[in-house]
Design a protein around this ligand. Structure first.
Ligand code: S3P
Length: 452
């Protein structure tokens, strides 16, 4: 759809403080990061991969369509149950048309990693948000393998990539803590002779490493001399189809979780939430703020730690969230800032430079939205400072979601604890990661209504 048509068909939505507490038990959709990777590795493996619990959000559907366009046979069997008949490593074929990855940075960066060592030319684009995001962070390391890129100024999409016919393995130190960049390099290393190593100074989500091992690749993790980790993948592994069970997405669970904390009297259970330690920063932060969150039925499913979260509302206090925690909760700052707005005292969230290059400039979007809702907020360098009064925020604002699903959901949750309703100008971006967010929240007792 052209950008002006997108704006014309926006779907505003408003959230008001509910008359009664939120209560009930829910499950959230499958993990977005794991869902993308399951489709990609399934497509590169030999045999049929059965995936259960796949997130059927627009981002993941874009990955499925892209892999289909390059020859993988991907079919939906039932809700969340998908089958992928892989083409085998190196077996993807040139796509006949531009690959449109919609809003998904993960799809774009990880697929560019795969494409970098497939010797054909592909054209990649996305929506206005994705076309504004930096791709240089993957173009640089992937060019070293021998891939050629032609892109817009600033390393933006649309771009063309011609994969290397004789790729050269790499040792690459991540200049930014990014699981997408790490994964792009490791995926390029699969169809490359020898060993490819990524050095990450700070741990980022490790789903790619875990899943590569699950499909039979040889992956080694060694400590780096300066405290980080060296992740090495051996080239040309025999990737064998393997069943995947996708846990609930902790980044989606974050929204009902914080809603239950800030609507007085609430008592909510969120079942089957992934608790990979590289993703668990939000729970640690909320507990430091005094949140009552209990982990029940802790278990391992499909190689990932999982638990049910039991959440009870209570008063929160401000906290100082250190920069080294950012990679383990990088997608959770919009909703943490909402919790901070309802807490008593100052919350300082440090080291958030990466928030500027997400689906929107989230640092600016959070600050602008909170200020419009009457919350005292400041951005100092890369730090976000929220002064919570301990009372309900004023609300009464209309927030621009800027094609950003997490900004949309975070401000709807704020509306549940504000004195005046909070509206968002467009709820459609929510479908990228959490298609049933609105009905699911309304089932818990939220009041999200179409505006107008
Ligand atoms: C993701 C990594 C993170 C995260 C994104 C998903 C992934 O991005 O924000 O939503 O699946 O690897 P960065 O790698 O840019 O930090």
């Amino acid at each position: 759809m052209p950008d002006d048509a997108v704006l014309r068909s926006a779907m505003p939505l408003a959230a008001a403080r509910p008359a009664a507490p939120l209560s009930g038990a829910i499950t959230v959709p499958g993990d977005k990061s794991i869902s993308h990777r399951a489709l990609m590795l399934g497509a590169l493996a030999v045999g049929r991969t059965e995936i259960r619990g796949l997130l059927e959000g627009e981002d993941v559907l874009a990955t499925a369509a892209a892999l289909r366009a390059m020859g993988a046979d991907i079919t939906r069997q039932a809700d969340g149950h998908w089958q992928v008949d892989g083409v085998g490593l190196g077996g993807l074929a040139e796509p006949a048309n531009v690959i449109d990855l919609g809003n998904s940075g993960t799809a774009a960066r990880l697929l560019l990693g795969i494409l970098a060592t497939h010797p054909f030319t592909a054209f990649v684009s996305g929506d206005a948000s994705l076309r504004s995001r930096p791709m240089r962070r993957v173009i640089d390391p992937l060019s070293r393998f021998g891939a050629h890129f032609l892109c817009r100024e600033g390393g933006r999409l649309p771009l063309a990539v011609t994969g290397a016919a004789d790729p050269v393995p790499q040792i690459y130190r991540l200049p930014v803590p990014s699981a997408q960049v790490k994964s792009a390099v490791l995926l390029a290393g699969l169809n490359t002779p020898g060993e490819t190593t990524v050095i990450e100074p700070q741990p980022t989500r490790d789903h790619t490493e875990r899943m590569l091992g699950h499909f039979g690749a040889r992956v080694r993790i060694d400590p780096d001399s300066d405290g980080g980790r060296r992740i090495t993948v051996e080239g040309y592994p025999e990737l064998i189809a393997a069943p995947i069970t996708v846990p609930g997405d902790p980044s989606s669970a974050a929204f009902p979780l914080v809603a239950a904390l800030i609507v007085p009297g609430s008592d909510v259970t969120i079942a089957n939430v992934g608790l990979n330690p590289t993703r668990a920063g939000l729970i640690a932060s909320l507990r430091e703020m005094g949140a009552d969150i209990t982990l029940q039925k802790q278990r391992t499913e499909g190689g990932e730690p999982v638990a049910d979260l039991h959440v009870r509302a209570g008063s929160l206090k401000g906290a100082d969230i250190p920069p080294e925690r950012a990679p383990s909760m990088i997608d959770e700052y919009p909703i943490l800032a909402v919790a901070a707005a309802c807490a008593k005292g100052r919350t300082v969230m440090r080291g958030l430079a990466e928030l500027r290059v997400k689906e929107s400039d989230r640092l600016a979007a959070i600050a602008t939205g909170l200020a419009a809702c009457g919350v005292r907020v400041d951005v100092q360098g890369d730090d976000l400072i929220v002064e919570g009064s301990g009372n309900f925020p004023a609300g009464g604002a209309r927030v621009a979601t800027q094609l950003d699903h997490r900004i949309a959901m975070a401000f709807l949750v704020l509306g549940l604890a504000a004195n005046q309703p909070v509206a968002i100008d467009d709820s459609r971006p929510i479908a990228t990661s959490f298609p049933d967010f609105v009905p699911l929240m309304n089932r818990l007792g939220a009041q999200f209504t179409q505006e107008g």
